[in-house]
Write a protein that binds this ligand. Structure first.
Ligand SMILES: Cc1cc2nc3c(=O)[nH]c(=O)nc-3n(C[C@H](O)[C@H](O)[C@H](O)COP(=O)(O)O)c2cc1C
Length: 189
């Protein structure tokens, strides 16, 4: 059996259609632990996580999500669990980062929160779980989940098991040749 990260990276794909099977607690905790261990700008760890398993809330959250934008949006995305990534205001609004920027910290904070999203989807893939990362309507999602004081939820991660036959094949990627430059932009090997 091939082990390591590359097989996981090539088997993973975004899943939007889920089976009605719950995610076990130990798998859920492993996914969250992967999130906790993520790297971040200045090791600020600007995130907190909300685990949502309530069907009613999942439905409401998905009404605020932009799912299926690259497919026909004619199915219901109903994962058994969602992990919302909370970005605390103090990390994106001026307190940290480089002082010369208008909004110091905003880029670093947003870049940082993609790290736990990535760690979670890979830890989930390793456990045979299906996932997708979704952008959401930020103000509405914050209201639904009880945020205040400018804290925001820029991303949610859906978790579950793929509905049989609904695990997508990996989408095409650009060739490495088309992306890689040597020594300077435009440089050839
Ligand atoms: C930061 C981020 C935000 C995303 N937001 C959405 C989204 O709002 N709706 C959606 O359908 N997919 C979303 N996706 C999933 C991407 O569309 C998907 O990863 C991409 O098309 C590649 O497909 P794959 O994940 O199956 O490899 C998001 C992915 C990332 C990394």
């Amino acid at each position: 059996m091939t082990t390591g990260i590359l097989p996981l990276l090539t088997s993973r794909s975004s899943t939007y259609e889920y089976a009605e099977r719950l995610v076990g607690d130990s798998d859920m905790m492993a996914v969250l632990e992967a999130a906790r261990l993520s790297p971040s700008f200045l090791n600020l760890q600007p995130w907190e996580f909300i685990l949502i398993k309530n069907n009613g809330m999942i439905k409401k959250l998905l009404e605020q999500a932009y799912y299926g934008v690259y497919h026909c949006n004619d199915y219901e995305c109903r994962p058994p669990a969602i992990i919302a990534i909370v970005l605390k205001k103090k990390y994106y609004d001026g307190q940290y980062g480089y002082p010369r920027r208008d909004k110091p910290g905003i880029f670093e904070a947003h870049l940082s929160i993609s790290m736990p999203a990535m760690n979670m989807i890979l830890a989930a893939e390793e456990r045979g779980l299906a996932t997708c990362i979704l952008n959401v309507n930020v103000p509405e999602t914050g209201k639904l989940l009880g945020l205040s004081g400018g804290d925001i939820i820029p991303l949610i991660v859906c978790l579950g098991y793929a509905r049989p036959g609904k695990k997508a094949a990996m989408k095409p990627r650009k060739s490495l040749e088309s992306l890689l430059h040597y020594e300077r932009y435009g440089g050839k090997k």
